[in-house]
Design a protein around this ligand. Structure first.
Ligand code: KG4
Ligand code: ZN
Length: 334
């Protein structure tokens, strides 16, 4: 069969990224421009600034990408773009850019859901083996998803309130840890001990998650200690939070491994860059003799290569989008 080269575009939050992906699993070239330095001045992503920066960055990104390969846009087979979920203004920049390229070069357009992208990051340099359990952990999602084939999703459990990445970011804010919260809390936690006792969430036999109680407990603890004039041991508190949150993930995954007897596990989403979480999930998989696959670090956080990977099964099925495609802030795939 002829090789398929897809140009992929991602701009759902604060990373502008373009990539060329061959046959859904080989990254020919990847370009990522992050806006972290700008948003860190405000302690979080400012949507209006994000979309303006995407507008400036997206053409530069594509120019730089094309310098990395001998391929020309006219040699490619399709244009894929993240159309949902995310920040609407940011998504629109990528969607309009993708539509323009597709129209000018007469290429089919493929609309890709950002969360499918995170899942298919596991298909890069690796072949997804079904059935599998996907632990989807990002800034906006926490789901335990069963997959029986390409795009065959069955949600076993979801967060009842905050997503785990959101909890990392909020806990960072409460503790005065700078943006981006997730990676900084992880770094600090690595130097501490889990000495603070925090409430254990969702003790029932469901596959659901909850993180807002943990966040509130930490907020109360920090405020109470402040009022008493006591110092908080930030490393220990970060470690206690991370240990409790991770324990919830591994408890629910273990339950699903036991009940379904599925032997393939993947982790998807920005939080999968967390080394402690990876190692604890690995332990749970070992216990149930399941194979764990984790994306390479570069493909864990937002990038266009994962969008190209997720577009490939849609290309094979000829599931092409209209040239009047619109972005959506909240289109859920699961
Ligand atoms: O997948 P992602 O890049 O964007 C969304 O699709 O939401 O995930 C971003 C989230 C943020 O909440 C960020 O704090 C978290 O992933 N994150 C981490 C780590 N790296 C990113 N959380 C914990 N540990 C990390 N190393
Ligand atoms: Zn993401």
């Amino acid at each position: 069969m002829k090789d398929v080269y897809i140009l992929a575009i991602e701009s759902s939050c604060d990373e502008t990224s373009v990539a060329i992906v061959k046959n859904g699993n080989e990254v020919v070239a990847l370009e990522i421009m992050t806006q972290i330095d700008t948003h860190s001045l405000y302690g979080g992503v400012v949507p209006e600034i994000a979309s303006r920066m995407h507008t400036e960055a997206v053409t530069i990104c594509l120019e730089q990408l094309l310098k990395k390969t001998d391929l020309k846009i006219a040699d490619l087979d399709a244009v894929a773009v993240t159309y949902a979920p995310g920040l609407l203004g940011s998504l629109l920049v990528g969607v309009e850019f993708a539509k323009t390229i597709a129209l000018v070069y007469n290429l089919p357009l493929i609309k890709v859901n950002h969360m499918a992208g995170h899942i298919y990051a596991n298909n890069i340099n690796h072949k997804l083996a079904f059935p599998l359990l996907a632990v989807v952990i990002s800034g906006g999602h926490t789901n335990l998803v069963k997959m029986t084939g390409d795009y065959e999703f069955e949600v076993l459990g979801s967060t009842l309130d905050d997503a785990i990445g959101e909890a990392y970011d909020k806990v960072a804010r409460i503790m005065g840890i700078p943006y981006p919260g997730g990676p900084n809390v992880e770094k600090l936690a690595a130097t501490g001990n889990p000495s603070y006792e925090l409430p254990i969430p969702v003790k029932d036999d469901s596959y659901n998650f909850s993180f807002s109680g943990l966040k509130s407990a930490i907020s109360n603890l920090v405020n109470n200690e402040k009022m008493r004039g006591n110092e908080i041991n930030k490393a220990d508190l970060a470690c206690s939070f991370q240990t409790t949150a991770t324990d919830l993930l591994t408890r629910k995954l273990s339950l699903a491994l036991k009940n379904t007897n599925i032997k393939n596990v993947i982790i998807a989403g920005g939080v999968s860059a967390n080394k402690y979480i990876r190692s604890e999930i690995q332990k749970a998989c070992d216990k149930y003799e399941a194979n764990l696959h984790v994306p390479e670090f570069i493909y864990c956080t937002d990038n266009a290569a994962m969008i190209g990977a997720a577009a490939y099964p849609l290309y094979l099925k000829k599931e092409f989008a209209d040239y009047n495609l619109n972005a959506s802030a909240s289109d859920e795939i699961f």
